[in-house]
Design a protein around this ligand. Sequence first.
Ligand code: EPU
Length: 338
Amino acid sequence: MEIQENFSLKDYNTFGIDAKARYYVEITSIEELIHALKLDEYPDKFIISGGSNMLITKDINALVMHINLKGIAVISEEDKAVIIEVMAGENWHDLVLWSLSHNYGGLENLSLIPGNTGTAPIQNIGAYGVELKDVFHSCDAMNIASTLIETFSKKACKFGYRDSFFKNEGKGKYIITSVRLRLSKKDHLLNTSYGAIDAELENNRIKNPSIQDVSNAVIAIRQRKLPDPNELGNSGSFFKNPVLGKSEFHEFEKAYPNAPFYSISDEEYKIPAGWLIEQCGYKGKRVGDAGVHKNQALVLVNYGNATGIEILNLANEIQESVFGKFRIKILPEVNIIG
Ligand code: EPU
């Protein structure tokens, strides 16, 4: 276990922000994780995984621990389903491809989401009508204070829209070490209800889609709309879609009858933040190397050398503009570090 100093994190966050870690260490086993957490000479510790949901706005004056635990295994098998255990450092999309290659169903709608498996439960990743919670069985997480591993059931994780226990009461207290998922082995239940998937399958004249077909459709849609972090730094949706209560929503609907929305229940309606941002004229806007993606206004991008502060300034300006026009507060989905 080698501790490096003044280590650039540019390749370790998908925004490609060139911030430095005062100290940096790669963690490849549970033993190393315990050892590093007990290093009293580095009192401040900071955990980084896939770096796909963070905006670093200044150098990190701590021991940055990069969780790189690897391994995927089937741990139990029934007639129709398997439970797999995936170590936290496994890349999420590689896991999706692995599941497809074994004909295990459940992850196909979550294709091409950047980041690692260990951070997927923190914000309950979701796309195209499916959320992690739909396939989640349980996870193991190390209690940072005790260095003991605790198991969290689905209920204990308190999943919500881009939300969980680990973003609230558990914040800063745990490091997820592995995630267990329940996947189907046959009679896969496909979720193609999300309009864009249906349209994509129809375009390709696919009548009885397989899980591979659904994954291909999701990949095609994402590639058209969302920038590849390997080509253009970004963290996916920068903001969460705001949720309006009934009366607030009815007023909004009266003023903007053509606005898209999803009804969550009779009481709650989600408005796409991308639409609100586009209406404010920000889609495709660029300020220096910070910008708003041309195909999806919910995604902020780094054209090369933007600092975290420059991206944050643009995000703040967008929030103010959306509030000024619609009186709706949009909140970041990504973690702002600094
Ligand atoms: N829209 C616009 N302009 C834009 C972007 C979107 O008018 O610039 C409109 C679209 O036309 C559509 C609606 O907004 O009517 C919804 O757009 P889309 O289907 O692209 O989904 P989204 O609400 O913008 C959410 C997730 C994405 C996920 C997609 C598909 C959040 C914060 N984002 O985006 O998640 O891929 O649905 O399920 O919930 C992510 O979290 O990083 C992410 C990409």
